[in-house]
Design a protein around this ligand. Structure first.
Ligand code: BYC
Ligand code: FE
Ligand code: FE
Length: 483
């Protein structure tokens, strides 16, 4: 039995700390869903490598200390479990019209539809990212990176389980249907695509993968932090545990790009190249030039900003007012947590200029979360730039203007350069290749995507990590490829 705090019951087919053994209805529903999940994993999960032994982290506890163990596992044998952060005694709803009331352990009837929709959207992104990344194993730059890819993949799979548990436990028959649909939609599919834009884009190469985990998994962090504030306690507890795994995903992205930047800087210095725009000579060194990295960053940043929805949103206002979705670090914010009279500055394009307009704060919650995201992202970008600065390379990665290349919200339809000039169609067409990855960039990056599978070997375009995973070295055999 899972009775000590944090302990997870591994005796049942589905590891959990929610006493599934004592909840036959939900256990049976999940056991029925499980084979469909495995079918999905085999069809849409990592291509190849299903027989390989991967040195994976598995969550075995929800205690902050020592919550995971590492061991060689075949991915289909990964123990996808249902883990909720421990219940906090006496927790009250931290915001909205029910502020101060005890949190809900059951779904409040009047908010059922709203809650279900948010859980489904969150759930939909998790398998989508696995689908987007499924071809990358074939071109991994090292066994270390291959292992990190698969770690991210199995944990995104577990995040799907986390949302499916909530649907099966709290939403009865329609929850069961939603759980099936989460396995039915496909990233980029013409007829049944994933729900949000960025999750239908391709992740064609490892640079895209690292950019995605840096930029888009960070949207995951922001959204999960907001849902972790929820007055619906099971959602809050679920998200709090997911966030412990999420940190690794962003680490993979930040350090992945960081190691690429490092390698490029070192190769430039060794070859005596000081001009970062001397692209042909830099590419000839087998490394990725910095302007190409900037264009990739531009693309992933813009796609990710779209995930915050419209700047002004009644959905967001309702979710906050009803205590379902809070703000980033809600409990640390010093205000009334009701926002009925508050305003918030929202960026707009008006009369030929970008201006901030004060809007009702409740309506502007998507904008606020996007601002928090931008600040969080900027810290990672600063660490990338330090790598360049430390090696004397005169180049700075920058975040493009918020209106650049947007498809959702008030800037959709505007043609805006990364530095924030509004362009004509002709100007855009002429400069697009400087702003966004071009077909030529894609061809060049693809030319570098050759697998490197020897222990301790790394592709020409990426530096080895300073330290490995679980205190192992960079030359540890992180994946034992099947004979
Ligand atoms: N693409 O009122 P609005 C992660 C829709 S990532 C397509 O502004 P709202 C992860 C919108 O649904 C985190 N459609 O919307 C990362 C709405 O449709 P309906 C995922 C879009 O609700 C990496 C309509 O436009 N979690 O975990 O205020 C790897 C009106 O918009 C998009 C969440 O997002 C778009 N980009 O805000 C793995 C949290 N944007 O209802 C995993 C849950 C908007 O009128 N979701 N629309 O038919 C939410 O909180 C909100 O649904 C959103 C949208 C913030 C996404
Ligand atoms: Fe996730
Ligand atoms: Fe993630």
């Amino acid at each position: 039995m899972a009775n000590s705090i944090g302990a997870v019951d591994y005796s049942t087919s589905i590891p959990n700390n929610v006493d599934l053994a004592g909840d036959r209805r939900v256990l049976r529903a999940l056991e029925r869903w499980h084979p469909n999940y495995l079918d999905w994993w085999k069809d849409m999960g990592p291509e190849g490598f299903q027989e390989a032994l991967v040195y994976l982290r598995t969550a075995v506890s929800v205690d902050r200390e020592g919550w995971a163990t590492f061991d060689y596992v075949k991915m289909p044998d990964y123990r996808w479990g249902i883990l909720l952060a421990p219940q906090e005694e006496g927790r009250t709803i931290p915001f909205g019209q029910h502020k101060g009331e005890p949190v809900w352990q059951e779904v409040p009837g009047e908010y059922r539809a709203l809650l279900r929709r948010l859980i489904v959207i969150q759930g939909d992104t998790e398998p989508a990212s696995v689908e987007q990344q499924r071809h990358l194993g074939a071109t991994a730059p090292s066994l270390y990176d291959l292992r990190n890819l698969f770690q991210v993949n199995v944990e995104e799979g577990r995040h799907l389980w986390a949302m499916v548990y909530l649907l099966q436990k709290y939403f009865g028959a329609d929850g069961r249907e939603e759980a099936e649909d989460l396995l039915r939609r496909r990233s980029g599919h013409e007829d049944s695509p994933r729900m949000l834009g960025a999750f239908n884009e391709r992740t064609p190469d490892w640079l895209s993968f690292f950019m995605f985990t840096f930029f888009t998994d960070r949207d995951g962090k922001m959204q999960l932090e907001s849902l972790a504030q929820s007055g619906f306690d099971p959602l809050s507890r679920t998200c709090r545990f997911m966030l412990m795994e999420e940190a690794h995903h962003m680490f993979v992205g930040e350090r992945g790009v960081g190691r690429i930047i490092q390698r490029t800087a070192e190769a430039m210095n060794e070859a005596g190249i000081t001009d970062p725009y001397d692209v042909e000579r830099i590419r000839a060194l087998g490394v990725i030039d910095l302007p190409t990295l900037q264009r990739k960053a531009n693309l992933h940043y813009a796609l990710t900003l779209d995930l915050f929805g419209n700047e002004l949103s009644t959905n967001a206002a309702n979710a906050f007012n009803s205590g379902i979705k809070g703000r980033f670090r809600e409990t640390y914010i010093d205000d009334d947590h009701l926002l009925l009279d508050a305003t918030y500055p929202v960026l707009r394009y008006q009369d030929g200029a970008f201006v901030e307009v004060q809007e009702p704060a409740l309506q502007a919650l998507n904008m606020r979360l996007r601002d928090d995201y931008i600040a969080d992202t900027a810290q990672g970008i600063a660490r990338w730039n330090k790598i360049l600065n430390d090696r004397g390379i005169a180049f700075e990665i920058t975040l493009p203007h918020q209106a650049f290349h947007r498809q959702i919200g008030t800037f959709a339809g505007l043609l805006v350069s990364p530095t924030g000039e509004v362009l004509s169609e002709a100007e855009w067409a002429k400069a697009e290749g400087d702003f966004l990855p071009s077909p030529a960039d894609a061809t060049f990056i693809q030319s570098l995507m050759v697998p490197v599978t020897g222990s301790g070997e790394y592709a020409s375009w990426i530096a080895p990590p300073r330290v490995g995973i679980d205190n192992k070295g960079g030359d540890f055999e992180y994946v034992q490829l099947a004979a």
